[in-house]
Structures are given as C-alpha cells and as structure tokens.
Ligand binder design. Structure first.
Ligand code: TRP
Length: 338
C-alpha cells in the first residue's frame, strides 16, 4: 500500500550573490504564499551548493545573512516556516552521500545546469558541481518533502530527485521516500533581463541596469524601469500580441506577478497604452511593493547576531525532522549502530 506523506514544502536558494527581482517573484513571493496553505514549509539557504563554484568566504557569509534578511523582509515568518542554512544541518550531506551511490553517472551527465555551469572546462569543474543534484535530492527528501516550488530551470533537478527516490525505494524494496512534485507556476516564474528579454535576470550580469536588486532604493528601481529596453509598439490587449516581443512580455509579466493578477487581466487594462505611459505605472507598483522590503532588509542587516540566532533556531527545528529520517535510511541501507 502506498504510504501517505504529510504535505510538506521544501525549497532552497543559493547565497551566491545579491537577491534580485527574479529571486523575489520567481521564488520568495511564492514561498510566502505557500505559508498560508495547508503545508508545512521549510526554506533553506543552500550554502553547500553555493560553494560548488568558488565563493569568497566573507561574501558567502554576507550573502547568507542577506538572503535570510530577504526571506524575512518579504514575509517568511521564521516561526511559521523552518528557515535555516544547509551547512548547519549535517543530515543533508549524510543523505547526499547515500544518494551519490544511488544516482547514476549517466543521469548526472544529462543535467543541463551542469553542462551550462561547467561549460567547456569540465575537467576543471569541481566534483561537487557534478554531484550537486544528488545533494539537492537529499535536501528535499531528508524532510520527505512532497512539494518543491522552483523555477523552470530547476525542473530537471526535481525530476532527478523523483528518479533517485524511486530507485532507492525499488533497490531496497521499501516505500520510504515520496515522489516529490515540482510546483512551477505564476506569470513571472522566469523574470528576464531588463536589457535583453531573451536572457534571465541574473545577479551575475555585467550590467546592473539589467536587474532590479532587492537592495535597490526607490530611485534606482524607477530609473531601471524607465530605461528598460522595449519595442516601439503599443501594448496589446491580448496575450497572443506578446508573441515575439520578449521585452514587452517580460514587463507585463513582472507587472502581473507584482499585482497578483493574471497577464490577461493586466492586458485588458493596459492594452493600447504606449510604454511611455506603462513604464511609470510599473515603476510606481514596483517601488510600492519592493521598497518596504529593501528598507526592512537594511534594518535586519544591522543586526547580524539576530539573523544568526534565527538561523540557529531554524537548524534545530530542521534537525528534529531530518534526524529520524536519516536514522531510518541508515537502517534500511544496513548500517550498524544506533
Ligand atoms: N538548485 C537550486 C537553484 O539553483 C537551489 C536548490 C538547492 C534547491 N537545493 C534545493 C531548490 C532543493 C529546491 C529544492 O535554484
């Protein structure tokens, strides 16, 4: 008989750079919304994943705290959700090792994120970068998480997580790990660069004008939107009219996601307007939604010791869930000891 699992959400973000609007709309905002549902919610700063490519230690420390501040300022309640950084819960790496023995070389070889990140220089990429998806599977399955909200680019990794769970269950003749669902939805799941609608908004893009940082103040936000690349046409009234207009689509997606409306509903209002009229509307909305968050982040960042306390407490709560699952896994695998 199939086991029923507690509805539980897990997701993670790498503390490998500053937070952007892409992280907020594509991930954090949805994490906040899921707190209100029937799920237990567990959110993690995946520092062990971040170091699969070089991170300066001082930057890693600051980025981890800034990410935590970003979560809280955006509305993640550290009492309601379990909020912690991965390295402080050793069960992730312990289960990750078991999964290194379950995952096949061929499976990992097919991962597009590895191919992208390693580029032409595969021989020189870290072993950790290659094994990254097995650790990600452990992040999820050490909590028996049933739902994982992620962006489109992480879908392949969640599918691999399902394959690992299924192979483990099959090989050991158990029904122990759940087959996790990726949760991919929302107009702005993929927020694109403000300079090039075909590229993802990225914290590593050379141009700061290509992205809105969660630490940008109201003036910077408004200026970046005013200067965002567009085409010369007016906005369409129907979604089909955004076809082959990546910049227009991106700005409308951002507007819809921030206003909690569908793209259809937004276009019904703004269809026919020129960008000269739409951009100030978008800038006002973005400033209204984001500047309270950046102000609160700045306030929290003045108290790093409080952030660290929140993370410590989150790690303790996470271990309470993870540790019995690891213990049971060890038993299943045949490891002796208590
Ligand atoms: N790989 C994810 C990313 O780069 C981050 C991540 C690590 C993650 N572990 C996870 C996301 C577990 C969801 C669940 O965005």
């Amino acid at each position: 008989m199939a086991t029923t699992f507690t509805p539980r959400v897990f997701s993670g973000i790498q503390p490998s750079g500053g937070l952007t609007l892409g992280n907020y709309l594509g991930a954090i905002k949805r994490f906040v919304d899921m707190q209100a549902d029937e799920f237990e919610t567990i959110y993690c700063m995946v520092d062990l994943h971040a170091i699969t490519v070089w991170q300066d230690p001082a930057d890693l420390r600051r980025n981890t705290r800034e990410l935590c501040a970003g979560f809280i300022a955006s509305g993640i309640d550290p009492e309601q959700s379990v909020l912690f950084n991965q390295s402080q819960v050793p069960e992730h790496t312990q289960l990750g090792w078991i999964f290194n023995t379950v995952a096949r070389m061929g499976w990992l070889n097919r991962m597009t994120q590895f191919k992208d990140k390693a580029g032409k220089n595969r021989e020189n990429s870290s072993v950790g970068l290659f094994a990254y998806p097995a650790l990600m599977a452990a992040d999820i399955l050490i909590y028996h998480a049933t739902h994982v909200p992620v962006g489109e680019d992480q879908k392949q990794h969640v599918e691999l997580t399902r394959d690992i769970a299924a192979k483990f269950n099959h090989d050991y003749g158990v029904d122990f790990f759940p087959v996790t669902e990726p949760v991919i939805e929302g107009a702005a799941t993929r927020v694109m660069s403000l300079r090039d609608g075909s590229k993802k908004m990225s914290k590593s893009d050379a141009s700061d004008m290509s992205r809105i940082n969660m630490t940008d103040d109201a003036d910077a936000i408004a200026q970046k939107i005013r200067k965002a690349r567009t085409d010369p046409d007016a906005l369409p009234s129907e979604v089909e009219g955004l076809k082959d207009r990546p910049e227009a689509r991106n700005l409308v997606n951002i507007f819809a996601a921030m206003d909690d409306r569908s793209v259809e509903a937004v276009l019904a209002d703004v269809g026919g307007k020129q960008f000269s009229e739409f951009k100030p509307m978008l800038a006002d909305l973005a400033v209204a939604k984001l500047s309270p968050i950046s102000t609160e982040m700045a306030r929290l960042m003045e108290h790093p010791d409080e952030i660290d306390k929140i993370l410590d407490r989150g790690a303790t709560r996470a271990r309470e869930i993870a540790s019995p699952i690891l213990k049971k896994t060890y038993e299943i695998v045949g490891m002796v000891g208590s």
